[in-house]
Design a protein around this ligand. Structure first.
Ligand code: UTP
Length: 294
């Protein structure tokens, strides 16, 4: 690839049309992506990360019952004016800034037919260019931000780039797993990938996390695949099909991933985020001491 032709990604797709069954009953009425992590929804943390990576346009794929995502990222004059009238300027500015973080676009997935199908719903926004894909459940803490890390690999090698992490063997069946050849420390050329393999059948323990840089060629492959694991249209199947035509790389994530899609992970994420804040840190440590439980 000629590096002078390289254009960094500026669009990121956030699939947010899933049912969130692992977090029921909380997600009966609140989209999983809108569950709070400290003082803002999980998906706001992800948007901040994408913006920090230099992205200007965010495409949310939403479904029925997900209207609060659009409301949250829209301008909300009434409450901002009310806050200002009451002299609460700092919080008013914070609330008023949300709709300016990026250009927000919305695509509808009528039925949650799988992650592959959700990505296909965003085709109209990304059909001609490489784009970022961020699964909101995974809140990623890293410097540089993770999409920048992946885009740096694309700049060097070209093709699509997946974000991977080594997981314990007992956990491979929860993830998409790559079969790959290391081309330099922490960077892999992907030979194949398989969704949620049994431990005995997993080609490695390198699990795909919720961040990707994807070639627009994916859309042709998303249209070709059949329903896969769990009866859903799987993104991994489309990537496996695409890599016969175009290279796919994977980069070992350097940073901390907080899996907010399950309650155990969400609790851990809340504690980790609270411990990062000097004031909240005191509260967490004080509460643990006071409880006498430890
Ligand atoms: P998950 O499988 O983690 O989310 O999909 P889910 O289906 O909502 O949750 P569970 O498994 O039932 O608990 C990863 C991301 O992809 C989105 C989800 O909203 C989530 O952010 N997704 C998944 C879609 O947008 N559409 C789908 O058809 C499936």
């Amino acid at each position: 690839m000629n590096s002078s032709e390289f254009t960094p990604i500026n669009k990121v797709v956030f699939p947010a049309a899933g049912l969130g069954t692992r977090f029921l009953p909380a997600t009966k009425d609140i989209p999983k992506e809108m569950m709070p992590l400290i003082d803002r929804p999980i998906i706001h943390h992800d948007v901040d990360e994408a913006v920090a990576s230099g992205c200007s346009d965010i495409v949310f794929v939403t479904g029925i019952g997900k209207e609060s995502i659009k409301n949250y990222f829209s301008q909300f004059r009434d409450i901002v004016d009310l806050l200002r009238e009451r002299g609460k300027y700092e919080i008013a500015d914070l609330v008023d800034k949300i709709h300016t973080l990026a250009n927000f676009h919305y695509a509808m997935q009528e039925k949650p037919l799988g992650l592959g199908h959700a990505v296909l719903c965003a085709e109209g926004f990304c059909k001609d260019e490489y784009f970022g894909l961020a699964l909101p459940d995974d809140v990623m803490i890293s410097n540089p931000p993770v999409l920048s890390q992946l885009d740096a690999v694309r700049k060097k090698y070209g093709g699509s780039v997946l974000c991977v992490e080594a997981v314990p063997e007992d956990e491979v069946s929860r993830y998409g797993i790559i079969d790959a050849e290391e081309v330099e420390p922490g960077i892999y050329r992907v030979k194949d990938l398989v969704e949620k393999p049994a431990k005995e059948e997993a080609p490695s323990n390198l699990a795909i996390l919720g961040r990707y840089i994807i070639s627009p060629l994916i859309f042709a492959h998303l249209k070709k695949i059949k329903r896969g694991a769990g009866g859903e249209y799987q993104l991994t199947d489309a990537i496996a099909s695409m890599l016969k035509e175009e290279p796919v790389y994977a980069a070992l994530f350097t940073g901390k991933r907080l899996d907010c899609g399950v309650k155990e992970g969400w609790i851990e994420a809340t504690v980790v985020k609270a411990l990062e804040d000097p004031e909240l840190r005191k509260i967490v440590i004080g509460a643990v001491k006071k409880s006498g439980l430890l």
